[in-house]
Each structure stands twice: as structure tokens, then as C-alpha cells.
Design a protein around this ligand. Structure first.
Ligand code: SAM
Length: 427
């Protein structure tokens, strides 16, 4: 049976080749055979290696004389070993010994031993010479620098290397009746939202099975918070909302919980199954439509259309650090977002709203996308309805609101999101 470090190397190799963390773990039999504690260790090593990818590769490039072949197993063995030596609280000797043992299969034990011992000896100097921003790929870094500045980049970089917290949204009518901070051992950070430490077994937490809450990051709750500022409680049962790209359902659940008439539209059947599972657990109902939004036809117009568009996910660097090692591939996403926005214009009432949100901080998916929209759609205006959530981000280009991992003063940070609110004023 392979040991945890060899399994970590196999998995990180697959992820560097393009597989998702979720898929590679699911399909790796050696990982599935591990005990719970060992599984947690492997995941910790992998996430840490991804979060520190740029710092680790910088160190390797300084110490290895020759470049590695593409997809080199040895390079990935060094990556996971360096991530433990420099950034995890694990004794160094066993890390080096295990790596040397594994590298014997490749006849590279001397090379691996020399590099890792060098790093152990010079750990403090290496740490002081490798800034956190090395971990952010250039395509995301350039965008942060364009819009903000170097200090902001450093702040984001030092936030995303930390373990993220988990936010739990409690049903409105259940929130006042229980001491949720005690029950979930967390902090109350925003409306009905409790922040807890990372937990491997979410479904074992109290009141999960009873369906009194769901997992939803603080940023992801903000689009519906804005919708709730537009429509008064009393009128909500008559307000029709189309939730576009609805699965797995965070925003649909929040909308139903707030009392609207919700239609949830989603292109993926597989993801609809997840949406239905979540709705059933929470004992919520909505009208579900499994369709491509671009082909969707409706006899009636909606008071509000929430487009939670497919995007690069660049705002989720902390929770999904795989994004840090991927190339920029956003052209088709930007086109799809633009088509979805255009489609929504034909389905919203006069006086109604389009709320557009993405878990990305890239200008082309956010502020530039909306600039183009407003240029072409003269019957729509940008509405600044972000007063209640201003502590979590800032207005950008006078056409949207952006959160950055470093912009929230809440302990544990916040995902990067772009949200905008567009009102249809006339035909
Ligand atoms: C960011 S995710 C939505 C997350 C969801 N709103 C939530 O809060 O849990 C984007 C979703 O849009 C869906 N999607 C992508 N293209 C679509 C299209 N043309 N029509 C409808 N849904 C689409 C994707 O399958 C994906 O589930």
C-alpha cells in the first residue's frame, strides 16, 4: 500500500495535469483506502501545495540546476515535500526521509536529499525571500494591479494562503429561536450567517438533517441581500424572481426563505439533482426549469432576474486554490455572460431589475462587461443599492460592487465577487 506522501504526489500530479481536486480524489483508489486521519493529512498537503504554488516553484527554480520535464513526478514530489517543510507544522526529518525513499524508484535520491536538506537549513532566509504574491497567477495579478494597487495585491495574497472558514446560513424563522453561535461553535457575522472553522463532516453538524440551515459563503449571500433591500417583506409573495444558473441552489434557497415566488432555471441536469436534494432537505419548494437560459421562453415577464453567471471563479482563490495553477481561459465565459445579460433584458418588467453576480474579480467579467451592457441597453441604469453591505467591498467604476478577500474586516476574509444591480426604466 502506498504511503500518504506518495499518494499526495500522485494526486497533485493529476491536478497539475488539469484534473479537479474533487475528481482526482474520488477516482484515486489509494486515497479512498486511507483512514480518515490520513485522508485529512493528504488533503491538507495538497491544498497547501496549491495555495503556495508560486513560492514553492520559485524555490525549486533557484535550487534545481536543470529544468524538469513536463508533468515530472519528481518535481511534484519536491512540491509536496517543500510545502510541508516551509509551510506546515510537521517535523522536517521524516518529510525528507520519506521523499528520499520514494525518489529511489527514480534513482534520484541524492538530488532530492540535497535539495530538501538545503531548504531545511535555510528555511528562514527562504521564507523571507518568497513573498505571498508569487502564488497568484499573472492573469489575476494584473487585474488586481490595474484596478487597485500593490498593497491590495499583497493583502489579497496573504489572505488566500490561509485556511478558509465555512459560513452557514440559518433559515430566517429558525434564527431567533436558538443560540446558533453555541450550537455550531461559530461567530455571528451577518444576517442569519454563522462562521465556523473548516469541518470535514458538514452533514454531521447539528440540525443539518433537519434542514434548518445550508452552507453559503458571505459574498454569495450578498446578491439576495440586495434583492431584499429592493422589495418589501409584505409584497414578496407576489414578486416573481427568475434565478438563472440556479444549482446547487444557495441563492434559490435564500430567495425562497425570503418569501418570493421563485423560478429556478439551470442548464445542467446533474446539478439540478443537487438543487432538488438541497430543496428537499430544507423542505422548500420552487418551480424548476431544466433549460439553457438562452433558449428559454416565457409568457410573462419577471420583477427580477438574478443571473449568477458561469465565470472563471477567480474570486474563489482561497476556497478553491486549483484556480491558482490554471491558465486564463475566459473568452467563452465573457461571451456567455454577455448573451445571458442580453437575454434577461427581454424577460424583465419595466421597473424591474437584473441582478448580475459572478464569483470573479476579473474586470472583463465584471465592470467591463457591465460597461458594455449599459452602452448598448439605454433603457437600463445602474442602481447603487449597496449601502447595507458596503463594509464588505466597494463600488467600482460606478457600475458594480466588488468584494476582495482582503476587503472584509471579518476574520477569515471573504470570497471575491462582483455584483451589480440594473434597473429597467422603460421599454
Ligand atoms: C455560479 S454557478 C451558480 C451557483 C448557484 N446560483 C448557487 O447559488 O448555488 C453557475 C450555474 O450556471 C449554470 N449555467 C451555465 N450556463 C447556463 C445556461 N446557458 N443556462 C442556464 N444555466 C446555465 C451552470 O450549470 C451553473 O450551475
Amino acid at each position: 500500500m502506498l504511503n500518504t506522501r506518495e499518494i499526495s504526489t500522485i494526486l497533485i500530479s493529476k491536478i497539475y495535469k488539469g484534473d479537479s481536486l474533487e475528481r482526482s480524489i474520488l477516482l484515486e483508489k489509494n486515497f479512498q483506502r486511507l483512514e480518515g486521519r490520513d485522508k485529512s493529512l493528504v488533503i491538507l498537503i495538497i491544498l497547501n501545495t496549491l495555495r503556495r504554488n508560486g513560492q514553492i516553484d520559485y524555490v525549486i527554480s533557484k535550487l534545481a540546476k536543470k529544468p524538469f520535464k513536463k508533468d515530472s513526478f519528481l518535481k511534484n514530489l519536491l512540491r509536496i515535500s517543500i510545502s510541508q517543510i516551509l509551510y506546515l507544522d510537521i517535523p522536517h526529518h521524516p518529510i525528507v526521509n520519506i521523499a528520499v525513499e520514494i525518489s529511489k524508484k527514480y534513482g534520484s535520491e541524492k538530488f532530492v536529499n540535497a535539495i530538501l536538506r538545503n531548504i531545511c537549513r535555510n528555511k528562514q532566509t527562504i521564507l523571507s525571500e518568497t513573498p505571498n504574491h508569487l502564488n497568484i497567477p499573472r492573469w489575476i495579478k494584473n487585474d488586481i494591479l490595474d484596478v487597485f494597487n500593490k498593497n491590495k495585491l499583497e493583502e489579497v495574497a496573504s489572505q488566500i494562503v490561509k485556511e478558509p472558514f465555512i459560513d452557514i446560513k440559518v433559515k430566517k424563522k429558525e434564527f431567533a429561536s436558538k443560540d446558533w453561535t453555541k450550537i455550531l461553535n461559530g461567530k455571528h457575522i451577518f444576517t442569519n450567517l454563522i462562521r465556523i472553522q473548516e469541518s470535514q463532516n458538514i452533514d454531521k453538524l447539528p440540525y443539518f438533517k433537519e434542514g434548518l440551515w445550508w452552507v453559503q459563503g458571505l459574498s454569495a449571500t450578498l446578491p439576495v441581500t440586495i434583492i431584499n433591500n429592493i422589495f418589501k417583506k409584505i409584497e414578496r409573495p407576489t414578486i416573481s424572481i427568475l434565478d438563472v444558473g440556479a444549482a446547487p441552489g444557495g441563492k434559490t434557497l435564500q430567495l425562497v426563505d425570503s418569501g418570493y415566488r421563485v423560478t429556478s432555471l439551470e442548464i445542467s441536469k446533474r446539478r439540478i439533482n443537487k438543487l432538488e436534494e438541497n430543496l428537499n432537505r430544507l423542505n422548500f419548494k420552487t418551480k424548476i426549469i431544466n433549460k439553457d437560459f438562452l433558449k428559454f421562453k416565457s409568457n410573462c415577464l419577471f420583477d427580477c432576474i438574478l443571473i449568477d453567471a458561469p465565470c472563471s471563479g477567480s474570486g474563489l482563490m482561497q476556497k478553491k486554490p486549483e484556480i491558482l495553477i490554471r491558465d486564463k481561459k475566459i473568452q467563452s465565459l465573457v461571451e456567455m455572460q454577455s448573451l445571458m445579460l442580453k437575454k434577461a433584458t427581454s424577460l424583465v418588467k419595466i421597473g424591474g431589475y437584473i441582478i448580475y453576480s459572478i464569483c470573479s474579480i476579473l474586470s472583463d467579467e465584471g465592470k467591463n462587461q457591465i460597461e458594455n451592457f449599459l452602452k448598448n441597453q439605454k433603457s437600463f441604469t445602474f442602481e447603487n443599492l449597496f449601502g447595507e453591505i458596503k463594509e464588505f467591498g466597494q463600488i467600482i467604476s460606478n457600475n458594480g460592487f466588488i468584494t476582495l478577500p482582503s476587503l472584509s474586516n471579518k476574520e477569515g476574509g471573504i470570497d471575491g465577487f462582483f455584483i451589480t444591480c440594473l434597473k429597467r426604466n422603460k421599454l
